[in-house]
Ligand binder design. Structure first.
Ligand SMILES: Cc1cc2nc3c(=O)[nH]c(=O)nc-3n(C[C@H](O)[C@H](O)[C@H](O)COP(=O)(O)OP(=O)(O)OC[C@H]3O[C@@H](n4cnc5c(N)ncnc54)[C@H](O)[C@@H]3O)c2cc1C
Length: 401
């Protein structure tokens, strides 16, 4: 206990930022301003409390309105619908800064922006956009995205959730699992099959009879984010709640492209936080009469961390530029998500080693980031599925089935 108290007094601010190859040179003044305002927000509203929230598996519902106020919801959605009207690099930087605080907090923001607001903006009617987007942007409303089912994760096309046309409404049945934000969400964008087996998006509102959102307990990862199921038992969904703009699996996959792009940036934030914490710890921790930062093996770890973060930053930036130009394809985003999340997880593991025993405590953010990243490497397409997407691009042969 005494050593933890001593460590506390040595703990320093870890909000300097990592920019070894001057990525800032490629950013606009607006990008830098946005990054710094989100950084300040995270420093004030998330970092002082996150360890406690994560330890207690508590989702701080008051953060939703605060995210809305700071512009973290739907920064890439046009301003006329309450979004930020910003480009994809700004969006990425926002995700990076939030995930420096915590991947669970970033999950809340990226689900809202990319998986709820994006499909309503892209595939919704004008009435749906006006009804939901401003409230989602301001944090007055929280949304979730239901694609994964208990028996259909990597293969969502096999989904069994379905709806029938009853004349004046649709009747929705089925269940979704592993849904971020679900226990607190006011609305769910749900992907379900019609009677012909075609996938459509439907907006399901809390309070509709037969719709429940049981919480998933016992997670060792993303503990400050709430996760749950979506259960539909003969839910009557008004016909005007069907997203009219696009059907088929391509619709949810387009949303996932946008969210995965944000994850590629977010993971850099988690990696930066681990690296900065490890660098400071190594400078302060004395063993064998000198700071452990002076040992070659510790320097190797820190050098490799900095190199990998730097490579990941340029990969994310380039994909962001392609997103802005409308040139990014799913494979590009798969490469960025896969590479950057693995990079962050490896850095978290190495940083944990540098912190020695202290690395397993909540005094430092390392173990929390590491556990969080175990979800991030699995959700929105597992590490191996993204590898197979790249494999298909290279060889022309799909190896999924
Ligand atoms: C904390 C958390 C939050 C989530 N939030 C959401 C959300 O908001 N909305 C949502 O819809 N989903 C969400 N998910 C679900 C997530 O997207 C799925 O967990 C993910 O797609 C993997 O599905 P699965 O867990 O069923 O694993 P499975 O698909 O069963 O995969 C298990 C293993 O088999 C491998 N595998 C599967 N198929 C193949 C293949 N063809 N070839 C080689 N290997 C294969 C996978 O790579 C993996 O290693 C969330 C998950 C978690 C953990």
């Amino acid at each position: 206990m005494e050593s933890i108290e001593i460590r506390k007094s040595l703990k320093q601010d870890t909000f300097e930022g990592v920019d070894f190859l001057d990525l800032d040179d490629l950013l606009t003044d607006e990008h830098k301003l946005i990054r710094s305002s989100i950084r300040d927000f995270v420093k004030k509203e998330i970092s002082p409390y996150i360890e406690d929230w994560a330890q207690k598996a508590h989702f701080p519902s008051e953060i939703v309105k605060k995210f809305g106020d700071v512009g973290a919801f739907g920064p890439q959605i046009p301003e006329q619908y309450g979004g930020g009207g910003l480009d994809y690099i700004a969006y990425g930087l926002i995700m990076q800064e939030i995930e420096r605080g915590d991947s669970g907090m970033r999950s809340t923001a990226s689900v809202q922006g990319s998986l709820v607001m994006y499909p309503i903006y892209k595939f919704g009617s004008e009435e749906q956009r006006n009804k939901y987007l401003p409230k989602l942007a301001s944090g007055e409303m929280l949304g979730c995205f239901g694609l994964t089912e208990p028996d259909h994760g990597s293969n969502p096309s096999g989904m069994v959730t379905n709806f029938k046309d009853m004349g004046d409404h649709y009747l929705l049945n089925g269940a979704k699992m592993w849904i971020s934000n679900s226990p607190e969400a006011d609305i769910a964008v749900v992907w379900a099959k019609n009677e012909e087996g075609r996938i459509h998006g439907l907006i399901v509102e809390r309070g509709m009879e037969g719709f429940t959102t049981p919480e998933t307990h016992g997670k060792w990862s993303l503990r400050a984010s709430c996760t749950g199921e979506l259960v539909f038992d003969n839910v009557k969904v008004p016909k005007e709640n069907l997203l009219p703009g696009k059907s088929g699996l391509g619709a949810p996959l387009m949303c996932l492209d946008s969210a995965r792009f944000g994850i590629a940036w977010g993971a850099i934030g988690a990696a930066m936080d681990c690296y900065e914490s490890a660098r400071k710890y190594a400078a302060e921790r004395i063993q064998f009469g000198k700071p452990i930062a002076g040992f070659q093996l510790v320097q190797k770890k820190l050098s490799e961390m900095l190199t990998e973060i730097t490579k990941a930053q340029f990969l994310a930036w380039k994909v962001g530029k392609m997103m802005n130009e409308g040139k990014a394809k799913t494979v590009h985003i798969s490469m960025a998500k896969r590479n950057n999340v693995e990079m962050a997880l490896n850095i978290a593991r190495e940083a944990r080693q540098i912190h020695g025993g202290m690395g397993i405590t909540g005094e430092y953010p390392i173990m929390r980031h590491m556990m969080n990243l175990e979800s991030v490497i699995t959700y929105e397409g597992t590490h191996d599925i993204h590898l197979l997407i790249l494999g298909q691009e290279i060889t022309g042969i799909p190896a999924f089935v």
